[in-house]
Ligand binder design. Sequence first.
Ligand SMILES: NC(=O)c1ccc[n+]([C@@H]2O[C@H](COP(=O)([O-])OP(=O)(O)OC[C@H]3O[C@@H](n4cnc5c(N)ncnc54)[C@H](OP(=O)(O)O)[C@@H]3O)[C@@H](O)[C@H]2O)c1
Length: 259
Amino acid sequence: MSNPLAPGSLEGRRVLVTGSSRGIGADTVRYFAEAGARVVINFRNKEARAVKLADSIREAGGTAITVGADLTDPASVAAMFDTVEDEFGGLDILVLNASGGMESGMAADYAMQLNRDAQVDVLTSALPLLAPGSRIVFVTSHQAHFIRTTPTMPEYEPVALSKRAGEDALRALIPSLTEKGIEFVVVSGDMIEGTITATLLERANPGAISARKDAAGKLYNVSEFAAEVASAAVDPVPESHTRYVGDTSDFVPVDDESN
Ligand SMILES: NC(=O)c1ccc[n+]([C@@H]2O[C@H](COP(=O)([O-])OP(=O)(O)OC[C@H]3O[C@@H](n4cnc5c(N)ncnc54)[C@H](OP(=O)(O)O)[C@@H]3O)[C@@H](O)[C@H]2O)c1
């Protein structure tokens, strides 16, 4: 997938993508860097991968820093934004990409801690760094976005409910963000081929991912979906504040919007 952002189009802009040492976040942050943005690569565990990605961005002439932070730990989030302020002086784009909840050995409410409470904490903590004209992008799945109206695989349901709760909590902030001149958009996509989540769900529900592929006509891969996330940071924000990626015809629309 080629970069949807024109070279130099984000020169001087400062971008943080949460959970960007690997997967969708890593491809997204690379697109921003290639377009000239100075990027913050946030990781929780995968420091070596984050450093390798930052090195490759610098070798290509870009600017990148890595910041470790467990987003469920408010002190860790505060320290991350202190570093961003010291290094870059502010932020123009914040992508809320990090997600989880299917890890084993976590507290029963971990999905809610990460996908709802931590998202609100990260956004709120970032506010002093976000000037008018800046943008926040929240990344989610169709399976989570439509969970109130369309059931999903049992293994994913707690994650879906927590991500929708996070989306709702963030959407409730839209009026106050608008007052500050900060834009907000949700990017919702179907299962993404080649991700750990899709692989785990396929293992638990053999045939589930190919069934989604047949129903949707196509599933996006990691770099294609990342291109949509990066584009959502610069394209006009839809009236519903939601950018749908790929087919949604199998999902029952949420009737209020909010949507
Ligand atoms: N996978 C799909 O099929 C799919 C479909 C539609 C939408 N999405 C959305 O796309 C986004 C990225 O998905 P993905 O599949 O690329 O995710 P992933 O491979 O599971 O990666 C998750 C990222 O989040 C980070 N992370 C997890 N817990 C964290 C915590 N407590 N603090 C800080 N960072 C944390 C991880 O960091 P470390 O690696 O350092 O631990 C990792 O970089 C998510 O919002 C997801 O809901 C995914």
